[in-house]
Design a protein around this ligand. Structure first.
Ligand code: FAD
Length: 434
């Protein structure tokens, strides 16, 4: 019999340090083979120059290099369905345990149940750990055990629980010598995976004391580069939430901290209510008679609505894969309320384009913008796309960057009249809700 090994399965935790499941694997009873699977169920629908795939690929190659240079080891990279890949691994190795970290998305939950059962039928243990969040699942609930549906009381209890929470850092990189040695672990190139290098770059994040200190007063202005750009790093795990929180706490900035709690709020909502990916959280809102005009949707996607701040946001998204939060709220409201286009269309468009796309946050925020979700903006709150400029881009810095021709005569005329669109929206929502 071949000597036994354990496996660590990287998913949304692409880092060698402060990684709970990886730490546990390295402290287990066998040498560890670390693996990553480009899951065809997830990657097949993506465009071939998807920036997120390039980012994952580059991150894995950097991890391989570190392990090769310093620990005579590596990360095995596969493409396929996880079930197929695990069947091959079971044939190749004598596996004791597979370690991994929790993933809370509906597809991932089903996938993990299937993999656990495949492993069990081969006498292999499957051990999973909390790594992606501070509090998960049922850890912050109301006194009757039900999930919070409103952010503020959730946030207060989260903070209360955090006071006694042990914010341990898992110094995983001290145990990397427990990886399997001298093994030629399989690698793939981008083209083997079916992709090519993206022109768009996922930038490193900034979390300096200056940014955090100024965050409260600057975060709402899209013309300032004043937010952290942490999104993709938390999504793919190139940043550890524990280390980030340690920094945020050191700077004692409540506002920044609260944004990180919004992320966990939506992750627990998705965990408890997986149907919200397709259904309005409040069922009545699925009666809204969306207009769903395809030509209008295209104008919105292309940043050609004639409302410069909406257009600037969409052009920033299309060009860079990022859009400032303030503008995300506006374009979301504009699509659902001014154009009466189903929030699911907007959610899908963002899912394709956003580098920081995260199912829980995207669905949660889109349902918030449409007024259909938990703790959502009331349906009669309709952002005025013109006065938003006065409030948040007074000097037109953001407009000048993304729609430099916004004052020229040939700039598109507003595709809908604000007042008329507002009234039409209120009427449509009222009809649905009565
Ligand atoms: P910062 O302002 O520096 O915030 C730090 C971190 O806090 C973020 O990276 C994020 O993890 C978290 N955070 C901040 N605001 C929110 C929020 N409202 N909800 C949940 N987490 C938050 N965020 C995503 O991570 N993925 C998405 O797919 C996504 N889709 C959105 C769709 C719409 C319609 C709207 C209105 C917002 C969406 N957001 C999403 C939330 C927010 O816009 C982004 O998290 C933020 O703009 C990312 O930039 P940053 O990393 O510089 O954020």
């Amino acid at each position: 019999m071949k000597p036994p090994i354990n496996i660590f399965w990287f998913r949304r935790d692409l880092r060698l340090d402060d990684n709970v499941g990886f730490y546990e694997a390295l402290n287990g009873d066998n040498p560890v083979v670390p693996i990553f699977i480009f899951d065809t169920e997830i990657i097949d629908p993506l465009p071939e120059d998807d920036a997120r795939i390039t980012f994952i690929f580059d991150t894995l190659q950097a991890m391989r290099k570190t392990l090769q240079n310093h620990h005579n080891s590596s990360v095995a990279i596969f493409k396929g369905t996880p079930e197929r890949v695990f069947k091959t691994l079971i044939e190749t190795y004598t596996i004791g345990t597979v370690f991994t970290n929790h993933d809370y998305e509906p597809y991932a939950k089903e996938r993990d149940i299937a993999i656990e059962s495949l492993l069990k039928s081969n006498d292999i243990d499957f051990k999973t750990y909390k790594d992606h969040v501070i509090f998960e699942k049922e850890e912050v609930t109301k006194s009757d055990g039900k999930p919070y549906l409103v952010y503020t009381p959730y946030m207060k209890l989260w903070k209360e629980a955090f006071k006694t929470h042990d914010l341990t850092i898992y110094y995983t990189n001290e145990y990397l010598d427990n990886l399997i040695k001298n093994a030629r672990l399989p690698n793939l190139s981008l083209s083997d995976i079916g992709f090519k290098k993206s022109q768009q770059i996922i930038a490193p994040y900034t979390i300096t004391p200056t940014l955090i200190e100024a965050y409260e007063s600057t975060r709402n202005f899209p013309g300032l580069d004043a937010t952290s750009r942490l999104g993709p790093h938390l999504r793919f795990g190139t940043a550890s939430i524990r280390k980030i929180l340690k920094k945020a706490i050191a700077e004692n900035n409540d506002t920044f901290w609260k944004e990180l709690i919004w992320r966990e709020f939506f992750i627990q909502i998705l965990w408890h209510f997986p149907k919200t990916t397709t259904n309005a959280f409040k069922p009545k809102y699925d009666r809204i008679d969306w207009r769903n005009n395809e030509a209008e949707f295209k104008k919105w996607c292309d940043g050609e609505t004639g409302y410069p701040l909406v257009d600037a946001g969409m052009r920033e998204l299309n060009t860079t894969g990022f859009m400032h939060n303030r503008v995300r709220m506006l374009v979301g409201s504009f699509l659902c309320k001014h154009l009466l286009i189903d929030w699911r269309w907007g959610e899908a468009y963002f899912a394709e384009k956003l580098h920081d796309y995260e199912l829980a946050s995207n669905v949660g925020n889109w349902q918030w913008a449409a007024g259909t979700g938990v703790d959502a903006a009331p349906y009669f709150r309709i952002f005025n796309p013109t006065t938003q400029i006065e409030k948040f881009d007074k000097d037109h810095k953001y407009l000048k960057k993304w729609v430099p021709n916004y004052q020229e005569f040939n700039y598109p005329k507003p595709m809908v009249d604000h007042k008329e669109a507002r009234e039409r929206c209120l009427k449509t929502y009222k009809t649905a809700l009565n």
